[in-house]
Design a protein around this ligand. Sequence first.
Ligand SMILES: Nc1ncnc2c1ncn2[C@@H]1O[C@H](COP(=O)(O)OP(=O)(O)OP(=O)(O)O)[C@@H](O)[C@H]1O
Ligand SMILES: [Mg+2]
Length: 443
Amino acid sequence: MESGSGPITQFESSDPNKNKSCDEAFTLGKMFCEGKTKVVYEINTKTPGRCLIVSKDIITAGDGAKRNVMEGKAELSSATNAAVMQMLNDFGLKTAFIKGVNKKSFLAWKCDMIPIEWVARRVATGSFIRRHVGVKEGYRFSPPKLETFYKDDENHDPQWSREVLEEAKLKCGKIVVTPDLIDIMEKMTITIFEVLEKAWKSKNVSLIDMKIEFGVRQDTNEIVLADVIDNDSWRIWPSGDKRLMKDKQVYRNLKEVTNGDMQNLKENYTWVSNQLTAISEALNEDKNSVRVAVCMGSPKDMAHCNKIKAGCTELGVRCTLHVSSAHKSTTETLKMLAKIEDEASVTPTVLVAVAGRSNGLGPVISGNSVLPVINCPPPSEQWGRSDIWSSLRLPSGLGCATLLDPQAAATCASQILAQHTPLVWSRLRVKQMQYWIDLKQAN
Ligand SMILES: Nc1ncnc2c1ncn2[C@@H]1O[C@H](COP(=O)(O)OP(=O)(O)OP(=O)(O)O)[C@@H](O)[C@H]1O
Ligand SMILES: [Mg+2]
């Protein structure tokens, strides 16, 4: 299918696991907008509010002043974007991406686009150091530096300050871009940058900066990450070395574009697409790569333990449940611990001890293991207040922690384990962002 030609094509999805509303067959409707690198089509379907975005084999720079055909770019861009967006959806971020349809196109929630480019930077380079004379290339921003640019090719996308953006009161679909919505998009931009930075770090590649766009979903009026994130959207430096850059900056830097240059660019774009496929596969495997082992003193504590398990599962942490009493089956408790410790040499593990009345379990396993232990005693009506001391007051030399809420125990254990896995780190980060947004909206 070529951009602009718009033949009616039947797309059928073959993925039976996906949400039904996203999965029904559709036919291609009319083209409703065409940009430099993509064409967007209406689709005819029972479920409204979606569109088809088709990539083109075009690379541009300087707001379109420089433009080349790059054979294969549409496929590489689609694959890169799909890997990134699926990853972000999996972390719990709201994006317009629904699913890939074929090698050059994907199904998306149809948005009214907010005409702002949101830029996040970890390292100062490029236009930033030209605009901020005196700041050396390589200066690190912590937290990432945010900038906003109004999308206006003719005027070379002027930078807008926070104040200009507020005063513009941009109208997009049914919403007006208020200071609160700007705060939310800023928060989302930083979070998206941080999780992508973590993902790239797993391949020893530094994410230097990134630009993204938001849209307002026409069906729900939600603000979502829209457009695409592909190799044109960021600077990435393998090993943090600028000379090894693999992104569109290589093209921007070319004075004249030779066939050899185009070949080199294509190799870079292919490398990036392959790396992202590998990163997203590794993230899927990450789902079982760290573990919380919940030891309960009695099977009566199962309901409490299942709440801990649910909290872990949501964050991508494997959770195993064990029953053993440190008082009544001490030898079995130590055997169970020895097995968990052995497995922990392959799978980083946090222990959670669930024991009511007199909690011997947590302190005993803590005193016999180097693994971190969190006590999470089940609530008890009768002696609850006094029982807690058996978890809090420890023999000298011990260091187990105590959390009363099963969700809190799951969160704390996952935070300890997050250092080993970008998946858990990212899900926690996105959850924190979502709390922040929910509280702001509630206010
Ligand atoms: N989910 C979506 N719903 C509706 N429109 C979208 C969506 N995602 C992207 N678009 C729009 O598709 C158009 C084509 O994208 P493309 O990036 O090629 O445009 P462009 O030439 O770069 O122009 P722009 O400067 O607006 O990005 C853009 O106007 C973009 O805003
Ligand atoms: Mg664009």
